[in-house]
Design a protein around this ligand. Structure first.
Ligand code: NAD
Length: 530
């Protein structure tokens, strides 16, 4: 359903109101704390001591976003490494896109001039002592996250890696154990864990404002059917080809094409579920109370690229391995599932390549209200219209009554639509430039390095979030990887797959890949060593 601009405005205002009422005490504390919004929300403070000397490995599309958003008061970028000459330059000069401004614009010409540039992560690690590097941010293709991450831990460096955590769950488990052994931090960049917008939305859901949640619909639909519209299949720059032809194999890529178009191939990427779906299943599991799913089933296919008679000719010889359309259904436990196994919540996820009519996001349908998370930047809230109640639906401004008879806050609607709504800007008071969480995730990573260093794994487990631990540590991120990669296997095997608890346990050798092999795979190759 497409909402009118008026309805969207109401939805945003509703969300603002609900947050300001039901989080009043928390918000007062956050303002009084005056350490910055992210710090107040996520339990860290200004950094005492020097910013953490950090190197970036991989300065492509995402590495450059992270560089642009890095927090200089917490993080001192002293070096960058990238195999591709074009992306080394981009790290310094940016690319004309406001999301990727380059280090010169970010920290000034003089400081940017002091940043050392390396041709690979190996060259960078060889210079780590000389440069006093303490931590790395890794934003390379998926198949290399863990191999490079292990080398960095072995070099004594704390690691913040981009998502998906790793290419398979054996890698995740061995990585978690290595970090524990070395007592170094392992953080993973599922940025919704550090988004103020998501944090507020999750707390409204957890307060029970939406009632019973039985259904979440999440989707990321794109339309790459127009010529040259597929960002996952970019051109290869001449300078990159000239510098790297015949040289990428030692870094884990079959060819320069596989390095540049890594998302298209099973050997380097994890398909739509890993790249897009993992974020949204992460959000769904947060909304449902940080729980693991019970089962997943679905359909995935190469229904567009390479299909005779479909699309334009340039799509016919497309080289991709991955599915271009996926539709999956996850079954999650409801709050009373242990007593009654009918208490389930269903999350459907779709990602397609031939229509982008709706924005990407998550639609949370509760028995008392609906929450819509749009494009990581907007949250809209509506009250359900009950029989004989005072209204609801998309045209109704709502207010929140705190401390109802049942104890928690509840939604109420104004009698008329926008008439009694308080005035606010179009963003519903959140501003258009709301952070997606990248800056906060890097701030907290650095804060944790300075404050939790040697005590990060008390009793062999990472410090819990409630005690200031990282919000997306290896164990949390592994659960996201399990959801995404198991969904891929359910689709490939045309099965409903039940999740095993032992997959989520870093100390167990069990993995979904070992238990659900695909054609030509040896399960033993995927069992984790313990
Ligand atoms: N959190 C998010 O929302 C988000 C969004 C986009 C991408 N990502 C993740 O970020 C990662 C990178 O994605 P991208 O879009 O930037 O890809 P990209 O291809 O644009 O960039 C990857 C870069 O890594 C470099 N690289 C590869 N191996 C290297 C090595 N051994 N040493 C040094 N550099 C090396 C490549 O040359 C390339 O420039 C992926 O894991 C992706 O899933 C996350």
């Amino acid at each position: 359903m497409e909402l009118t601009p008026e309805q969207q405005k109401l939805g945003k205002e509703n969300f603002s109101t609900a947050v300001s009422v039901s989080r009043r005490d928390f918000l007062k504390g956050a303002v009084a704390g005056s350490t910055g919004l992210g710090a107040a929300y996520f339990g860290y403070e200004e950094l005492k001591g020097e910013p953490v000397r950090t190197a970036f490995i991989g300065t492509g599309d995402e590495g450059n976003i992270l560089l642009s958003e890095h927090p200089p008061k917490f993080m001192d970028v002293v070096a960058v490494a990238d195999l591709r000459p074009s992306n080394q330059k981009r790290a310094i000069h940016g690319d004309g896109n406001d999301a990727r401004i380059g280090l010169i614009r970010k920290v000034g010409k003089e400081k940017a001039g002091q940043v050392k540039i390396f041709d690979s992560h190996k060259d960078l690690l060889a210079a780590k002592d000389e440069l006093g590097i303490e931590a790395v941010v890794i934003a390379v293709p998926l198949n290399q996250h863990q191999p490079i991450g292990l080398e960095c831990l072995d070099a004594g460096l704390h690691v913040l890696t981009e998502k998906l955590m790793a290419h398979n769950i054996k890698q995740c488990k061995e990585w978690i154990r290595k970090a524990r052994e070395k007592n170094l931090l392992l953080a993973v960049g599922h940025q919704r864990h550090y988004s103020v917008l998501y944090d507020n939305a999750a707390s409204l859901v957890h307060d029970g404002l939406l009632g019973d949640i039985k259904f979440i619909r999440a989707q990321w639909h794109r339309n790459n059917s127009f010529p040259n519209s597929d960002q996952w299949n970019p051109g290869i720059k001449k300078e990159d080809m000239e510098a790297l032809e015949g040289k990428v194999q030692e870094f884990g890529y079959e060819s320069v094409e596989q390095l540049v178009r890594w998302r298209l191939f099973n050997g380097t990427g994890g398909g739509l579920m890993a790249e897009l779906g993992s974020h949204q299943m992460d959000a769904a599991s947060i909304f449902l109370g940080h729980v693991h799913p019970i089962a997943v089933s679905g359909y995935g296919g190469k229904n567009f690229y390479g299909v005779k008679g479909v699309g334009s000719l340039d799509k016919q010889d497309d080289p991709r391995d991955i599915d271009d359309h996926i539709y999956v259904t996850f079954e999650f436990p409801g709050p009373h599932y242990a007593e009654d196994q009918n208490d389930k919540a269903i999350v459907t996820y779709s990602s397609i390549n031939t229509n982008r009519f709706e924005p990407y996001g998550e639609w949370v349908y509760g028995s008392r209200g609906t929450l819509i998370m749009k494009g990581e930047k907007e949250a809209l809230l509506y009250k359900e219209e009950g029989r004989g109640s005072q209204g609801g639906g998309p045209d109704q401004r709502l207010w929140v009554v705190s401390g109802s008879a049942g104890g928690g806050p509840v939604l109420e609607a104004y009698e008329t639509s926008s008439g009694s709504a308080k005035k606010s800007d179009d963003s519903g008071g959140w501003g258009d430039n709301i952070s997606r969480g990248y800056t906060e995730e890097m701030e907290h990573f650095c804060y944790a390095i300075r404050n939790q260093g040697p005590d990060y794994y008390p009793g062999g487990k990472p410090l819990p979030r409630e005690e200031g631990g990282l919000r997306c540590n290896g164990v949390v991120a592994m659960a996201d990887a399990i959801m995404a990669l198991t969904a891929n296997r359910a689709m490939a095997r045309h099965e409903r797959v039940v999740f095993k608890d032992s997959w989520f346990d870093p100390d167990s050798p069990d993995t979904p890949e070992a238990d659900l092999p695909l054609e030509g795979e040896n399960p033993e190759d995927f069992r984790a060593t313990v």
